[in-house]
Design a protein around this ligand. Structure first.
Ligand SMILES: Cc1cc2nc3c(=O)[nH]c(=O)nc-3n(C[C@H](O)[C@H](O)[C@H](O)COP(=O)(O)O)c2cc1C
Length: 203
């Protein structure tokens, strides 16, 4: 089994990256393969709506997204973390989410399991909105969204590494990971999603 982790922060060892690593711990303990993509180290350009993917089924932009398309196919579960920027996910992560457009018709994430983490420096800094953005994207991709102790994990932290002193939040990230792991194990992979005998997309 294979879990995909995506850290949206552009900062090395950013708080949201740290929480993502804690969420991945239960997978490591259960012998899963872990693939983690740090946007602090990658270049993912925004979708330019050229629509060439509609003809070829692949994205024309040759950047680090190509490896993530591959990981979408292989994973059984996905966890995404983001810093909160202006009450939303950050632009780097949003570029990645938009680039899913190129593979949307093949639905590589459909029936898989996912969860989200958001960190801002304000107490009501927009963590819930950022989580909603990620969970809404996940639902659009056909991902089964799993809650943590509350919905996803939302945390308040500022400088990189500040979150390490918040044991409760680190634990909540692990619990989110464990919940996702449990659901993924039960489901393995739902291959029959949206396969109703007489369902016609165009109706
Ligand atoms: C451009 C920018 C916008 C931000 N906007 C918000 C915001 O709307 N709400 C908030 O709580 N924190 C905001 N922050 C603070 C970050 O979310 C906070 O520092 C967080 O720890 C970043 O996560 P990271 O450590 O994973 O990078 C902003 C930071 C930057 C650089």
């Amino acid at each position: 089994m294979n879990v995909l982790g995506i850290a949206g922060t552009p900062r090395k060892q950013g708080n949201s990256e740290i929480l993502l690593r804690y969420a991945l711990k239960p997978f490591k303990n259960n012998g899963w393969d872990i693939k983690i993509f740090l946007l602090s180290a990658l270049t993912i350009k925004p979708c330019n709506a050229c629509d060439s993917c509609k003809k070829t089924g692949t994205c024309i932009i040759n950047d680090d997204m190509q490896g993530i398309y591959d990981a979408f196919q292989r994973c059984n579960a996905i966890i995404i973390s983001s810093p909160v920027y202006y009450l939303n996910v950050n632009a780097q992560l949003l570029s990645l989410l938009d680039r899913y457009y190129a593979v949307n018709s093949t639905k590589p994430l459909e029936g898989k399991v996912g969860g989200a983490i958001a960190v801002g420096n304000g107490t009501n800094g927009g963590q819930t909105l950022a989580l909603n953005a990620i969970y809404t994207w996940m639902l659009s991709c056909g991902i089964i969204c799993v809650p943590g102790v509350l919905n996803g994990v939302k945390a308040v932290a500022d400088k990189p590494g500040d979150i390490l002193s918040q044991k409760n939040q680190l634990k909540q990230a692990e619990i989110l990971g464990l919940n996702i792991l449990k659901v993924a194990k039960e489901l393995k992979s739902i291959t029959s999603f949206n396969k109703y005998p007489k369902y016609n997309k165009k109706v």
